[in-house]
Every structure is written in C-alpha cells, then in structure tokens.
Design a protein around this ligand. Structure first.
Ligand code: NAD
Ligand code: WQD
Length: 337
C-alpha cells in the first residue's frame, strides 16, 4: 500500500513517516517546507534504512499537486500540511484560511480526479472550544475561538459534505490533543521557528539555556494547582494512530472521528517538574497573566479510538520528557546543527 504524506517533513508528519515505513508501507512526501527542514526527511531515511520520493510542492499549486498524483499511484493520503500557530492566525486570518482551506480543497479535488478515496486528516482538540465537562468525547459540541481552529472545523465540515456527495470516500478525522516528545533515536523532533508558542518546546529551550525563563500563563485556574491542564501525548503514539487509521479504515467508506490523547491531564507546573526530573536541569519560571483565549483544562476520552482503531497511547509522561530532552540536547539548534 502506498501513502502520500502531505506535510510529511513537519513534526508529526516526519514521525508518522517513520512508523509507516517501519510498518511496511511505501510512502511519498509532499511539503513546501514553509515550516520544516528537508533534513527531517534525511533523518527519517537514516532511522528506517528506507527511501521514498519527496515533492517540494505547495498544495496551493493545483497543477504541481496534480502532477504528483500522475507520477505515482496512491492508495491513501495522510494530510498534515497546514499552518498551525494560533496567535499568527489571529494576525493573518486570510493567510490561514487560504493556506489551510484552499490547500485542502485542491488536495481533495485532485484525489477525487485521480481515484484516491482514503484520507486521514489532522484535526485538533481546539475544535471543542471551551468544553462544558471533562473528559471530552467526540460527540461534544464544537466551536472555535481563533482562525486556526476555524480552519480545522471548516475542513471537518468539508470532509463530511464530500462524503455525503461521494460515498466512495473513507475519511478519518483525528483530533489530536497536545503532541510532545520525539523519536527515541533523538534524530527527529519538534523544531519550531523563532520563539516557541507551545509549552514543551519552550520548557526544552529553557532547560538547554537558549531561553532564560518560562512564563507560566496563569495560576488561578480551577485546576489542581491553578495552572492550565492538558492531555500531552507522545508524538510516536500519535503517529501510530495514523498507521492504525490507514490500516483499519482504508476501503471502508464513511466519516470516522477519533480523539487521540492519553486521557490524562497534567498541569503546567507538573510538566515543569517532570521535565526537570528527566533532564536533570532546572527550569526557571515566573507566574504571568493568563494567555488570552486559553482554557483551564482539556483532556480526552480516547476510548473510541481504542475500541474502533485498536489504538491506545503506550508512553507516559516520563518517556515524553525523556525523548523530548534527548532530541533537544542532541540538536540544540534543531535541524540547523
Ligand atoms: P508542522 O508545521 O511541523 O508540519 C506541517 C507541515 O505542513 C510543515 O512541514 C509545512 O512546511 C507544511 N505545509 C504547510 N502548508 C503547506 C502547503 N500549503 N503546502 C505544502 N506543505 C505545507 O506541524 P505539526 O505540528 O507537524 O502539525 C501537523 C498537522 O497537525 C497540522 O495540520 C496541524 O494543524 C495539526 N495539529 C498539530 C498539533 C500540534 O500541537 N502540533 C495539534 C493538533 C493538530
Ligand atoms: C499548554 C499549556 C498554556 C506556553 C495549542 C493550540 C492547539 C493545539 C496544541 C494545534 C496552557 C501553558 C504555554 C508558555 C505556559 N495545536 N503555557 N507558558 O494552548 O493547549 O494548544 O497547541 O492544533 O490548537 O491552541 O498548548 O502548549 O500552547 O499550552 O504557561 O510559554 O501551557 O497556558 O495551559 P495549547 P500550549
């Protein structure tokens, strides 16, 4: 079976390429490298000892994307390609809507024209907005608070409409919680451009001495210690969920939606402590005002993925911190080293 991985040079995509290749799948990667480095794919080849084609193509370029499908015959697409920075999406909504939505519309049209009907899409727990209760189940009401989240919700709607109109499609929507960590080899990991927006890359850069101190955004939330609680998931566990989705759902027309989380919620301060333990480094922090738009707590009920995809997270917090630190200390400047 051959899979096209859009956004395959990125953080989650590169880890998923490793799991697909190790699982015996053939792959090709399409990425315009706007938020990634070609070296990630060289490392994927090193880790797996396997090779594949890379297409430096923008999904906004319809003709170039179509050529990829003319060049190779795919059985399924895993669609990671998209912009993902929440704050930037508020400043540049048109960029986000254009890149994420138009890019996906092009991809879906090209898939249909070329007879490829299996897709796994990267959605996000952000589509649950501010949940009324926890843990979050897939049938909870959906809403968003920023343009990035709106692109995810709109694309989910587009995929549902597409299946209604053409029930040859098999659509699996994976709603990720908070992916962190790195491959155990320390060769691939998250390589944010500039100052990280997300908690774990920020903690990692404080631990390595690139950033002086972590700002903890609020300590008066109604949570165990007042700081925000999230469901952190090891990126390798998340990647395996994609392999399971392709394996179980390809050729099974329908729309399938799954939470991909561990079901455990950890606070910001718990994450700081766990990372200090794993790295043996101090992570200095100061308490700051809440970050606008943040919710107090968010964690998944992931039982549907367990029942239907035969998937559960295997790694705990210790492994997430250990592997994140291993990547950071081997690659202090990411792929630029
Ligand atoms: P990433 O930025 O590392 O990877 C995305 C990749 O898509 C990058 O390599 C980028 O160059 C590529 N890309 C973007 N626009 C493109 C376009 N128009 N044409 C071709 N390539 C394009 O991000 P990631 O963390 O690996 O996330 C992958 C997907 O998962 C994204 O869709 C993201 O929104 C979603 N997601 C991520 C998280 C998270 O916390 N990391 C959580 C939920 C959902
Ligand atoms: C986690 C916790 C912060 C940074 C975001 C997107 C979401 C999804 C995953 C793509 C919160 C606190 C953070 C810092 C802090 N992405 N924090 N200091 O906000 O849960 O989710 O990434 O789909 O859409 O919104 O993740 O890592 O930014 O924050 O105190 O410097 O850490 O307040 O409680 P978040 P995060």
């Amino acid at each position: 079976m051959k899979i096209l991985v859009t956004g395959g040079a990125g953080f989650i995509g590169s880890h998923t390429c490793v799991e697909l290749l190790n699982g015996g799948y053939e792959i090709a990667v399409l990425d315009n490298l706007c938020n990634s480095n070609i070296k990630s794919l060289e490392r994927v080849k090193e880790i797996t000892g396997k090779t594949f084609n890379f297409y430096n193509v923008d999904l906004l370029d319809y003709e170039a994307t179509d050529k990829v499908f003319k060049n190779e015959k795919f059985d399924a697409v895993i669609h990671f390609a998209g912009l993902k920075a929440v704050g930037e999406s508020v400043e540049k909504p048109l960029l986000y809507y254009h890149n994420n939505i138009t890019g996906t519309l092009n991809l879906l049209d090209i898939m249909r024209k070329n007879g490829v009907f299996n897709i796994v899409f990267s959605s996000s727990a952000t589509v649950y907005g501010s949940p009324k209760s926890l843990p979050i189940k897939e049938d909870f009401p959906l809403s968003t608070t920023n343009p990035y989240g709106s692109t995810k919700l709109m694309i989910e709607g587009i995929l549902n409409d597409l299946y209604k109109a053409d029930n040859r499609f098999s659509v699996t929507i994976l709603r990720y919680f908070n992916p962190i960590g790195a491959h155990e080899s320390g060769k691939i990991g998250e390589d944010p451009k500039g100052i990280p927006n997300n908690l774990m890359p920020y903690i990692q850069q404080v631990a390595i001495g690139k950033l002086p101190i972590l700002s903890v955004f609020g300590n008066k939330y109604p949570t165990k210690d007042g700081t925000g609680v999230r469901d952190y998931i090891h990126v390798v566990d998340l990647s395996v969920a994609h392999v399971k989705a392709v394996e179980k759902k390809s050729g099974q027309p329908g729309v399938y939606v799954y939470n991909v989380g561990t079901g455990n919620g950890y606070s910001v301060l718990e994450m700081v402590k766990a990372f200090e333990k794993a790295s043996g480094k101090e992570v200095k922090y100061k308490i700051c005002p809440n970050r606008p738009g943040d919710i107090a707590a968010c964690y998944a009920d992931a039982s549907k993925a367990e029942e239907e995809l035969d998937w559960t997270a295997k790694f705990g917090l210790e492994e997430m911190c250990r592997d994140g630190w291993n990547w950071q200390k081997n690659n202090p400047n990411g792929y630029e080293d």
